[in-house]
Write a protein that binds this ligand. Structure first.
Ligand SMILES: NC(=O)c1ccc[n+]([C@@H]2O[C@H](COP(=O)([O-])OP(=O)(O)OC[C@H]3O[C@@H](n4cnc5c(N)ncnc54)[C@H](O)[C@@H]3O)[C@@H](O)[C@H]2O)c1
Length: 328
């Protein structure tokens, strides 16, 4: 199949690409290499896609461009069957500082993708949404009927993306799906997230820093499970028009996570605490039964197994990854 992955040089996009190319698909990545974190990580992600293509499976083409560029997006989408829209200004805190910019990229960018896809008659558009749309928990785990009251401009922008995505299915019959990812981690993950920070600091003999008192909980989803959910949508129309949680097998308190990583890597370190940001969610925990029923989504990586895999990968890739992570 011909596939477009927007944000294809990013963390999740590049894993999707690696998997699709290895599966024999022809993939185009669109990315503007924004310096939200060290773009050196994205350059490396691109090499991973190229290497997969060189092994002789599918093909890989990188387009440096912007989802806000209507003409470029429309030209690219004409040649593909399926779009996985990952491009976004991620990160809750940036959105508090620059809400208009985030709206522009996330909402207008998504609208460009949907509009081009409608005109080109693509087979499916899969949009990356976020657990941030839920905001304040009224009950846990969140199912998709839980009220959506985002507590950050980022969450509001993701909710708007979802609404447009659903409306394009209802009004124009475009096959679309929104996936609400719950904190995704794994090799090549974004810097400045709890797991990459804790592992990096502990391996360097520095205390892991917890924002808040550490009682907040997160549903951390291993990248392979996210790739699996997206892959199931390549040829499956069972979730068209739907919004689904993509979470993990369980959730964990940040303090417990920090302690476990510390105990494994550098047991003598004390935990450090810093101020919690108001826009950070208090708890996230996904009910994944909808995705399980519709597309057979079954996450397999527990947080402990995933952190172990990430730490092992970090050790093996420390030479190039660590300087970039710590300079982000
Ligand atoms: N990682 C997570 O925990 C998580 C959780 C929930 C939702 N998401 C969503 O998943 C998607 C991918 O996230 P990620 O963690 O891989 O982030 P990422 O920042 O690594 O990837 C996003 C990519 O989009 C690119 N991009 C940004 N603005 C662009 C623009 N205007 N035009 C073209 N490309 C642009 C960036 O350069 C980057 O490479 C995002 O939509 C994000 O909101 C991620």
């Amino acid at each position: 199949m011909q596939i477009l992955v927007t944000g294809g040089a990013g963390f999740i996009g590049s894993h999707l690409i690696e998997h699709f190319v290895r599966g024999g698909h022809d993939v185009i990545a669109l990315d503007n290499f924004v310096a939200f974190y060290n773009p050196g990580i994205k350059e490396h992600n691109v090499e991973v896609g190229r290497a997969a293509a060189e092994e002789g499976h599918g093909s890989y083409e990188l387009i440096r461009g912007d989802v806000r560029d209507e003409e470029q997006v429309s030209d690219l989408i004409k040649s593909v069957d399926v779009v996985f829209h990952q491009a976004a200004q991620a990160g809750v805190r940036t959105s508090v500082e620059q809400p208009q910019k985030v709206n522009d990229i996330n909402v207008s960018g998504t609208l460009n993708v949907l509009e081009a896809a409608r005109n080109a008659d693509v087979e499916r558009v899969v949009v990356a949404s976020s657990s941030s749309v839920y905001g304040k928990p009224e009950y846990l785990p969140y199912d998709e009927d839980h009220p959506t009251t985002p507590v950050s401009p980022y969450g509001a922008s993701k909710l708007a993306e979802e609404h447009y995505t659903r409306v394009y299915h209802e009004v124009y019959g475009l096959p679309t799906v929104s996936l609400r990812y719950f904190t995704v981690y794994g090799p090549r993950m974004r810097p400045n997230m709890a797991i990459s920070n804790f592992v990096s600091r502990c391996l360097n003999g520095e205390s892991p820093v917890i924002y808040g008192d550490g009682t907040q909980t997160r549903d951390f989803t291993y990248i392979d499970d996210v790739v699996m959910a997206n892959t199931k949508l390549l040829r499956n129309d069972a979730a068209d028009g739907e919004i689904m949680n993509i979470g993990s097998t369980d959730n964990i308190a940040i303090q417990t996570l920090a302690e476990e990583i510390r105990d494994q890597l550098s047991p003598d370190l004390e935990l450090e605490y810093a101020d919690r940001h108001d826009a950070d969610a208090e708890h996230t925990h996904a009910d994944i039964s909808k995705a399980s029923e519709l597309i057979g989504y079954e996450p397999t990586t527990t947080i402990r197994a995933g952190v172990e895999k990430f730490t092992e990968w970090y050790r093996q890739n420390r030479d190039w990854y660590e300087p970039l992570v710590r300079n982000s």
